[in-house]
Design a protein around this ligand. Structure first.
Ligand SMILES: NC(=O)c1ccc[n+]([C@@H]2O[C@H](COP(=O)([O-])OP(=O)(O)OC[C@H]3O[C@@H](n4cnc5c(N)ncnc54)[C@H](O)[C@@H]3O)[C@@H](O)[C@H]2O)c1
Length: 360
């Protein structure tokens, strides 16, 4: 029997996505449409024209403005949640309670660490497979880097470094990649400082302007993070430093290919062929959704399972907490909130209003 899939938060198809709307539901629907034995049965969005345009494009008969009504009437087996981060927690929990068996939710997990923990706990209680769209795990540069690491090309992993615009919305991917490279080892503690002088909302959530952070993992590996204004400190999307050499993905030096490595012995950079795949690509989402569905069918958990995602998520919120309390923070931390948002609300951070949302 075909797997029945419904969507919450269809968004609007745009030529170019922005931090105010990317229409991720379309990339999810494209991915399901490539699979055998999958039926797109329903969609919900509070904006009528969004849900109608989506339903028309994918030939979906049932549309709703109230997603809870959709869950009750349609009883889909799988749901893709493509709303902004502050809605992920209640939507995941309501899907799990309504009997949905497979949830594919956009990252970041939630807007508070307590929320992320609750989502996971309730999905476990209900036996739901909860996945987060950390699709880079399915991209050639990342997979090849992991293969080289596992093959011992750079010896034993000592340190991972990563950069990007921020640690939360974009950073959710990078913290997740660190889990992937480091065999899903738990982060043990973080020590971080952030700067937030200009408001930066990504999909409705505050994101800091710069972070520097040190992370210690339970297996002795360290993480070094530099984001936003401090990104140049790392100068690389992901760097893996081992006992015998290093691997770089997306180094910002002009001559660097998307994936390269060098060993201490040779001392020379070697580019690795990624068959044209780079840091981004919707094809990664196709593979990720195919894997989530197949894993669920086989009674297994995909790599995007919430139990993997929670580890990077704990580290992200712990970085903000470290900045709030000016101390090293042990994971899991006691705080359950969103320290960045709380610091803004308490007036401890007073970012100036931003002029306009950035497009990408
Ligand atoms: N994986 C990636 O690479 C990637 C890239 C971009 C965005 N994202 C993430 O995707 C998520 C969604 O972002 P987007 O840009 O696709 O959003 P979007 O703004 O394009 O779409 C969200 C939709 O949710 C609808 N909505 C709001 N409240 C609702 C409710 N109560 N019930 C039903 N629908 C509701 C809105 O009307 C809107 O149409 C974010 O968490 C973002 O971080 C991920």
């Amino acid at each position: 029997m075909a797997l029945t899939v419904a969507f919450i938060g269809t968004g609007k198809k745009r030529e170019k996505g922005s931090l105010m709307g990317y229409g991720m539901a379309y990339t999810h629907a494209d991915a399901y449409s490539e699979l055998d034995d999958v039926e797109l049965v329903a969609a919900a969005d509070v904006v009528e024209e969004n849900v109608q345009a989506f339903a028309e494009q994918y030939d979906i008969e049932a549309t709703f403005s109230d997603y809870q009504k959709m869950l009750a009437e349609i009883e889909p087996q799988a749901v893709s949640i493509c709303t902004w981060p502050h809605l992920h927690e209640p939507m995941v929990i309501n899907c799990a309670r309504a009997g949905v068996e497979l949830i594919y939710c956009e990252k970041p997990m939630a807007d508070t660490i307590g929320g992320a923990r609750r989502m996971l706990e309730i999905c476990d209680e209900e036996g739901v497979a909860l996945n987060f769209n950390h699709q880079r795990r399915y991209g050639a540069p990342f997979r090849l880097a992991k293969e080289m690491l596992d093959d011992g090309v750079i010896g034993d992993l000592l340190r991972m470094e990563w950069g990007g615009p921020n640690i939360y919305d974009y950073g959710s991917h990078n913290f997740d990649m660190a889990q992937y490279f480091n065999d899903e080892a738990w982060p043990e503690w973080v020590m971080a400082q952030i700067d937030y002088h200009t408001e930066d909302f990504w999909f409705g959530a505050h994101n800091e302007n710069a972070t520097t952070a040190a992370i210690a993992y339970e297996n002795g590996v360290y993480g070094l993070v530099a984001t936003g204004d401090a990104e140049g400190l790392v100068g690389c999307h992901n760097r893996l430093v081992g006992t015998m050499g290093m691997i770089e993905i997306g180094a910002t030096y002009e001559e660097a290919g998307v994936l390269r490595y060098r060993t201490w012995d040779s001392g020379k950079w070697e580019d690795v062929d990624t068959a044209g795949e780079g840091l981004h690509g919707n094809v990664y989402i196709n593979r990720a959704i195919a894997d989530a569905v197949e894993s669920w069918r086989n009674g297994e958990r995909s790599m995007m399972d919430g139990h993997n995602a929670i580890k990077g998520t704990e580290a992200i919120f712990a970085c903000w907490e470290s900045s709030r309390i000016r101390e090293r923070v042990e994971i899991p931390m006691e705080a359950e909130d969103n320290p960045l948002q709380e610091m803004v609300e308490a007036g401890q951070l007073q970012p100036a209003p931003a002029e306009e949302a950035e497009s990408f």
